[in-house]
Design a protein around this ligand. Structure first.
Ligand SMILES: Nc1nc2c(ncn2[C@@H]2O[C@H](COP(=O)(O)OP(=O)(O)OP(=O)(O)O)[C@@H](O)[C@H]2O)c(=O)[nH]1
Ligand SMILES: [Mg+2]
Ligand SMILES: [Zn+2]
Length: 305
């Protein structure tokens, strides 16, 4: 029978079956890998031949369950590494206005890592009750730039449910996964949207370290004809498998037409660089450019290892 994996815990998969029942199963085989149906990438013909490869099932996978084992993973629409999940429609990037402090570098890093999958994430800023009116206004101004780039930005206070309806509205019929730093308020946000889930949330007095109720596993919860996924937060995030040349394409406003040099990495020492010019003219936010340069140097460091 077909179903969707909604949780993985110690090698045991929780699968929501088509008939609405939930079952706990394992993957067949030594490596816990199973057959994956996928199109043969070597075939040029339009009617692509289906082939089997071995892969491990993950949360979000549509699977065929036979005799209490996962037998087959159906073709994945997409597959994220961090958070580790398959077949998502949208990602909510959850950032706190405070505790932990808002970091535009971290935001850009999350955006780059998601934009890579051709998914346009929504940005949710939580804990707006923790900052002053003035600081909130500054934050709103900073994020207006991202809205102009095409990202939807929402502000919430999950404690008194301010702004929650606007988030809930985005979820209907979709598989949505929440992603963000540990302590950003992902589990609390899901609780505010749907109190019945009663997700445990972590207590943080200081922004540092993982609290006792920090989320440990990715779980999909059925919600309004779709799913909402809670994930473990990160305390550190790397640039995942992005090449130097590819990076600028993940900054949406760094349009390829801006710089006439095809191989330019738009660094400060580059002559006649069109991206630099746009930064100087204020068309590209200088914070974004600085974050780009910082990521570029991280990628270069990684290549030297
Ligand atoms: N004042 C206020 N506190 C919030 C808000 N959202 C979350 N918190 C608090 O922030 C702390 C962390 O929230 P969680 O929801 O556990 O954070 P998380 O993103 O799920 O963290 P991980 O599971 O570790 O990734 C908790 O003490 C929450 O009560 C908010 O909008 N306002
Ligand atoms: Mg959590
Ligand atoms: Zn350039």
């Amino acid at each position: 029978m077909q179903g969707r994996i909604i949780n993985l815990n110690g090698g045991v998969y929780q699968v929501l079956l088509e008939d609405g029942a939930t079952t706990f199963v394992r993957a067949r085989g030594k490596l816990r890998s199973v057959k994956v149906l996928q199109a043969n990438p070597n075939k040029i013909s339009k009617k692509q031949e289906v082939m089997f490869v071995k892969n491990s099932p993950k949360v979000g996978d549509l699977v065929l369950v036979e005799n209490n084992f996962i037998d087959t993973i159906l073709p994945r629409r997409n597959e994220l590494i961090r958070p580790d999940i398959a077949n998502v429609d949208q990602v909510l990037l959850v950032f706190a206005a405070k505790e932990p402090d808002f970091s535009s570098y971290l935001l850009d890093l999350f955006l780059v890592n998601i934009t890579k999958y051709h998914i346009l994430p929504l940005i949710v800023i939580t804990k707006i009750d923790k900052v002053s009116e003035e600081d909130l206004l500054l934050l709103r101004q900073k994020l207006a730039y991202y809205e102009a780039l095409g990202y939807t930005v929402l502000f919430v206070n999950s404690k008194n449910k301010e702004g929650i309806a606007a988030v809930a509205q985005q979820l209907e019929g979709k598989v949505t996964v929440l992603s963000g730093q540990t302590g950003a308020g992902k589990s609390t946000l899901i609780n505010a949207i749907f109190p019945d889930f009663e997700l445990k949330t972590q207590e943080i007095s200081s922004a540092l370290g993982r609290g006792k109720h920090t989320t440990r596993q990715t779980t999909l919860y059925p919600y309004k004809g779709g799913f909402i996924g809670d994930t473990p937060g990160f305390s550190k995030l790397d640039i995942l498998g992005i090449k130097k040349k590819e990076l600028s394409s993940l900054f949406l406003e760094f349009d390829p037409s801006l710089c006439r040099f095809k191989d330019c990495l738009h660094q400060k020492n580059a002559k006649d660089c069109g991206v630099q010019k746009s930064v100087m003219e204020g068309k590209i936010l200088s914070d974004r450019y600085e974050n780009y340069l910082k990521m570029l140097s991280e990628i270069k460091k990684g290549e030297l290892k």
